[in-house]
Ligand binder design. Structure first.
Ligand code: PEP
Ligand code: MG
Length: 316
């Protein structure tokens, strides 16, 4: 008993009946790596590279500087996987040299991949820096784009990755409802998808994630959000592709079980949440997670979904 619980507190993520769910860390740079390793993260599921760009608002960091920082992160996970997200500027993270200052509605403006496609040199430099950083390392490097809306976006990103000579898996974040609805067509261009549930909630409910008064609509237990997750996970599974979650939703242990039940294949979160998610997942069977997911989707509200899932997972 003691050994089993010890195992569950340090080992790889899995349900009690052995269904593997890699537990990965969200990081903002090399400073976060130690905590991720200490928490037993099996790799990085979201490296938010924008922090590297915030120091100097006048220009992007040089390719050499970027290579150095990416290398530090990649070296920390010699056998693991590291999913790097290319620069996600705009909206709540404006960058002077990239983000238009006159947008009436920045969250719906030129942000994420959209701004990189308008500044292809910035994207190319970042992708080349990643290619150089990974050179000679056994790490499984994956690179994904934020704010992919449709297949054309996914193709433009994959083309840029190929042009930069990047030998990595290319993926798309699903954080716009159009991408969740048509995940299958996005997966015709890229190899995996990763759900950014923070923005996906914002765009599904037309509720600004920075407006506290709208927190009820930002709740990732909202059944409409769970429906979109299910749709995306089913599309990925039909093509035998990975469908991760790297938004805040993955850090809620109960919701993590529901996400697994919906078909999500990996979970990425702040290092501080990994132990709790690992322990909760280790107590549920895959069948229980699936029943909890069904019960949550049958509810009509976020609190109702949570109660229903809790009921199933606690064996009531
Ligand atoms: C998200 O939108 O869920 C996400 C993971 O990206 P960010 O929070 O950095 O926008
Ligand atoms: Mg996002």
């Amino acid at each position: 008993e003691r050994r089993a619980s010890l195992g569950a507190s340090t080992g790889p993520g899995a349900t009690s009946d052995g269904h593997r769910v890699p537990l990965l860390a969200n990081i903002g740079g090399p400073a976060d790596v130690a905590a991720a390793v200490a928490a037993g993260a099996e790799g990085v599921g979201l490296f938010r590279t924008e922090f590297l760009f915030l120091d100097d608002q006048a220009a992007a960091p040089s390719q050499d500087r970027q290579t150095e920082v990416y290398r530090q992160v990649l070296e920390a996970f010699p056998q693991g996987k590291v999913v790097v997200r290319v620069l996600d500027a705009g909206a709540d993270k404006p960058l002077a040299f990239l983000t238009p200052s006159d947008e009436p509605n920045p969250a719906l403006g030129v942000r994420g991949l959209r701004s990189l496609l308008e500044h292809p040199g910035v994207l190319a430099t970042q992708l080349r820096a990643l290619a150089r950083a990974a050179d000679g390392l056994p790490v499984h490097l994956e690179v994904m784009a934020p704010m992919v809306a449709d297949r054309a976006d996914a193709k433009a990103f994959a083309d840029a990755c190929r042009a930069a000579g990047l030998r990595a898996k290319f993926g798309a974040m699903v954080e716009i409802p159009s991408a969740a609805l048509r995940a299958r067509s996005i997966l015709a261009e890229v190899e995996f998808v990763s759900l950014g549930t923070n923005d996906l909630a914002q765009y599904t409910f037309a509720a600004d994630r920075q407006v506290g008064a709208l927190a009820r609509l930002q709740d990732p237990w909202q059944p409409a959000l769970l429906d979109l997750v299910a749709l995306c996970a089913q599309a990925a599974s039909a093509d035998d592709r990975g469908c991760g979650v790297c938004g805040e939703a993955a850090s809620d242990p109960l919701l993590a079980c529901v996400l697994v039940g919906l078909g999500v294949t990996s979970l990425s979160m702040g290092a501080g949440s990994i132990a709790h998610v690992r322990a909760t997942l280790a107590k549920a069977t895959l069948a229980q997670c699936r029943r909890a997911a069904e019960a949550a989707r049958a509810a009509d509200s976020a609190p109702g979904a949570r109660r229903a899932a809790q009921g199933v997972l606690s064996g009531e």
